[in-house]
Design a protein around this ligand. Structure first.
Ligand code: ATP
Ligand code: MG
Length: 560
């Protein structure tokens, strides 16, 4: 458990006040995902809120699958959701399903019918929609609204017994077709769906609507604070109406907060499903996806995601958060603890002419510049090394301090080398640089007073290993892919969101590295082994680049 200060937000204030006046003995929350896709970082906000309250107030939090729509849901998604919550470091007090309450919900529906508070409507969905009215016009009563209690009871039972086709009848609450809140205009509570359910099999062919299952599930579980996103604000009146008119065991309170939105991505499960099913990404856990499993595969840590949510905070104000804030959170998390290593992504060979051909040198270096606990390692220096292609320029612009004709540069942890000659291919691309090193300039040795501004990373050519490195960029090239027309959002997919580099050169040590270690490749970024990585075929994902001041000056020299 961390010793971080506890979050402060309006929901925790309500809880504190409730505890002060003795309204509750124990605080109970729940997280109610629909198992129709993977969790995304928006869900992380709801998880952080509900499970965080449970932990800090020593209460309970149920993981309750909202499995009321068997058409779209599956056990496969449910298992993935559990895995993601565990990975974030949270434990549910109990696991439940809306379907656990199907019998009880049926009883509640019968209770409403018996009290003349619900009726079976035999109109089509379209007719019901048309009669609902608008924000400015009241609705119209259904011609079936005055069915007798007896008739409603027997029709509802016949619905349950499977005597009707999908859509022939629905059960509606009898509230008020003139209510200013449209959600109170006789909302549908049950519909017929002849579809096998992943948990209840073919026991049911009628299924409760979300609004009917949700609040009652909360009440059955003794939820004290039912925290949901703002789109449910207008449903609260119905939530309260049902709680008031049913013999439920407790009275939960619904409180809404704003959804998390992130720029340069989409967050709705419907759109994420489309990206997966149409092959725009490699799967739900594609490292470019805003899903928890995608972020995990990319190398994000649970702490970085939780810190991100904490810095966004919980309010009622709708807003869109900058992707840059998420990136800052992972950098802040990794910077103090990620071991450093050297990796050359786009190699250019350098031959140090005055270094003896058969010699090698072991250089002991710290794994972290400030944190001695992360240990030390040995790197090998030799006559032939690789440097980054972008660390050499034939014709350097002003302010370029790396290698160039007649320039000196320091090799990180090693010597200063001086340019002697460049060899180009037929396209004028440099393919080999010849240099000389100065033996008096080994790192840590007294310098001869020379100032060398540039420091570049390198690896010994014959002591490096090959790896594939995957660089990720934003999934969409515009901040708000849904701005113009929701259906056109695919047009703004970033065609350069993934770049796979083969034959990158890494320090040899990395072949032995624990695949769970996140590294900082010096001057390049933070990296994590992909799930497909093998000891003899390493694949590293770039989690996030380093802040690169050079990049601001010139896009041209950046490695993206
Ligand atoms: P989507 O629109 O992405 O399909 P959803 O709300 O339908 O999301 P659910 O599985 O029903 O997804 O969500 C479970 C819980 O997570 C709900 O309480 C919901 O309010 C919350 N949640 C979903 N998306 C966000 C978000 N972007 N920010 C905060 N909470 C969210
Ligand atoms: Mg939902």
């Amino acid at each position: 458990m961390s010793d971080k200060p506890k979050p402060v937000n309006f929901i925790r204030q309500i809880i504190d006040d409730d505890l002060k006046v003795g309204r509750h003995q124990e605080i109970v929350t729940r997280f109610p995902p629909e198992p129709n896709g993977y969790l995304h970082i928006g869900h992380c906000k709801a998880i952080w809120l509900n499970f965080g309250i449970k932990d800090d107030y020593k209460g309970r939090c149920t993981l309750r699958f909202d499995d009321t729509n068997p058409l779209k849901e599956s056990q496969k998604f449910a298992l993935k959701i559990e895995e993601d919550i565990r990975w974030l470091g949270y434990k549910w007090s109990s696991l439940a399903h809306a379907s656990d309450y199907f019998d009880q919900l049926y009883e509640y529906a019968v209770h409403l019918i018996n009290n003349d508070l619900a009726y079976v409507d035999s109109q089509s969905g379209e007719e019901i929609r048309e009669q609902r009215g608008t924000l400015t016009e009241p609705g119209v009563n259904s011609p079936y609204r005055d069915r007798s209690i007896q008739e409603n009871l027997s029709l509802f039972q016949a619905m349950r017994e499977g005597q009707f086709e999908d859509g022939e009848h629905v059960l509606r609450a009898k509230i008020d077709m003139h209510a200013s809140n449209i959600n109170l205009r006789d909302p549908v509570l049950y519909r017929i769906r002849h579809h096998v359910h992943q948990r209840t099999g073919d026991k049911w062919c009628i299924y409760p609507m979300y609004d009917f299952a949700h609040g009652q599930g909360d009440a059955i579980e003794g939820v004290t604070h039912s925290l949901c996103t703002l789109e449910f604000e207008d449903h609260r009146a119905l939530y309260d109406w049902l709680i008031e008119h049913l013999p439920v065991p407790s009275r939960p309170r619904q409180i809404e907060f704003s959804r998390l939105n992130l720029n340069y991505t989409v967050m709705s499960k419907r759109l994420l499903t489309e990206l997966v099913e149409h092959g725009h990404v490699s799967g739900w856990d594609d490292p470019r996806m805003p899903t928890i499993s995608g972020l995990r595969r990319r190398g994000y840590t649970p702490d970085s995601l939780k810190n991100f949510i904490a810095s966004v905070g919980i309010t009622r104000k709708p807003n869109v958060i900058e992707m840059g804030l998420l990136e800052k959170c992972i950098r802040d998390d990794l910077d103090p603890k990620a071991p450093r290593a050297m990796a050359v992504l786009r190699p250019l060979k350098v031959i140090i002419e005055n270094y003896p051909e058969s010699s090698t040198e072991l250089i002991e270096v710290p794994n972290h510049p400030q944190n001695p606990q992360i240990g030390r390692r040995q790197i090998i220096f030799s006559r032939e090394i690789f440097i980054e292609r972008s660390d050499y320029e034939d014709d350097p612009p002003k302010g370029y301090f790396r290698l160039a004709p007649d320039r000196e540069v320091r090799l990180r942890h090693a010597y200063v080398i001086r340019f002697k000659e460049v060899i180009h291919d037929e396209h004028g691309e440099p393919v080999e640089i010849r240099c000389e090193y100065d033996p008096d300039t080994a790192a840590g040795k007294t310098q001869d007073g020379r100032k060398v501004k540039g420091i570049i990373h390198w690896v010994s050519a014959s002591h490096s290993i090959n790896a594939e490195v995957r660089l990720y960029d934003r999934l969409f090239s515009v901040a708000d892919p849904l701005a113009d027309n929701k259906r056109d959002y695919l047009h703004s997919l970033n065609s350069e969101s993934l770049e796979c580099l083969q034959d990158c050169k890494l320090e040899m040590e990395l072949s032995q590295a624990d695949p769970k270690t996140r590294f900082q490749f010096e001057r390049v970024g933070y990296f994590f082994q992909d799930t497909s990585s093998q000891p003899d075929a390493l694949v590293f994902n770039r989690i996030v680049s380093l802040r690169d001041t050079w990049m601001k000056k010139s896009q041209h020299y950046s490695s993206r």
